[in-house]
Design a protein around this ligand. Sequence first.
Ligand code: COA
Length: 387
Amino acid sequence: MPCKIAYEEVSYVIEGPRAAKVEELPQIVKLTSWIFGFERVGARMDEAFPHFLNESNIENLRVIVSDGKVVSHVGFWEGWLNLYGCWVKAGLVGAVCTHPDYRNRGYASALVRDAFRKMREDGVDFVMVSGKRTLYSRAGCVEAGKVYRFRTRPSAITIFEDVEVKPYTEDRVMDLVTLYQREPVRFKRSLDEFKLLAGRRIREGVAKVRHLIAYKRRRPIAYISALEFDGTWSLVEYAGSRRAVLRIISDLSKTPGIETFELNIPYGDWEMLSLLEDVGLKPQTSSAPASLAILNPMKFAEKIRLYVEERIGDVEFIVESKPDGIRIQLSDSRLELRDPREFTLLVFGRPETVENPDTPDFDPDSIPEPFKTVFPMPTPTYGLNYI
Ligand SMILES: CC(C)(COP(=O)(O)OP(=O)(O)OC[C@H]1O[C@@H](n2cnc3c(N)ncnc32)[C@H](O)[C@@H]1OP(=O)(O)O)[C@@H](O)C(=O)NCCC(=O)NCCS
């Protein structure tokens, strides 16, 4: 219901938070392209984020509209994430912005709350927000999960693996699908979505993501998706043989202009982490892949039950929401958590480096033994699904 408010003696009709209308999509693209610096380089946000800035996702583009003009926006994409065989419904939130003339009126906060309400309604289990602001921690997010960052020269990666490396073209999309499908932590992508994501530009539209595929005896065994930004190359996604992934990266030392390569390796990929150690690389610290939130701990616990059983057996695993917090029973051990964000920290672990001062003190290292057998789970990262 639109409400009319008087502001400095001028009347504005403010609508929202609500879903955008299809005819408002061009305004969202314009506002977000301007605020996130795409317009400056002649690019558009919908080219960078084709999987969620589109008409079919209009219900998940939430806006505040002033006198017919979109002035604040929060968007999200809903899909499925596989964590070691357990499918959870994921909501990826991004393109959060308010026109500078309308800031500090609580618009973004209201839209974030509205987006979380809609995702709950849609049965989303797990949320990732690409930002580490109090705007998100007030909505229940926390910097959880661990990603280890390495910066190196490609030539420093001395791994021998006899492969033939070819650039991606759309007719090779099935090679990417085949390799990605075997990953233990991955998003569900339809074939069309995969093509769309493989063709996307990620940062400010200037650079397309480049994909390189390694073949052995003509069979695909690994690929990397990499992005050049400000002279640094970074690994956006990889799948398949870790040795072959590193071999593709070392090959890039032959390409002029590639001085630095950045690798972000998630907790759980021990093979990649040990290979990097073998070539003398050590991460300086770990940070969260995003601000994360498990929306309904009880439901989430049900979704990961098979993973839990595989690690600890068919023991009691009961998660209950109480007025004063969350109670978890695992085997014969109990844990009481005051803040729901602590459950997300328990499940995905606490990174060494945290940006948001509004982070609970909870220390997952202090948990009783059976919990340590099960948690943290491997850290999910965006890869090409980045929003
Ligand atoms: C960040 C941005 C979206 C905020 O929009 P906004 O409509 O002004 O936001 P709000 O008025 O709801 O809140 C403004 C600030 O006050 C804080 N705030 C609002 N209500 C609050 C409350 N009740 N208690 C404490 N803090 C509060 C918010 O957390 C926010 O702080 P933060 O940006 O450091 O997280 C806007 O500044 C913007 O578009 N920036 C550029 C794009 C950008 O950086 N987007 C975010 C990408 S992660």
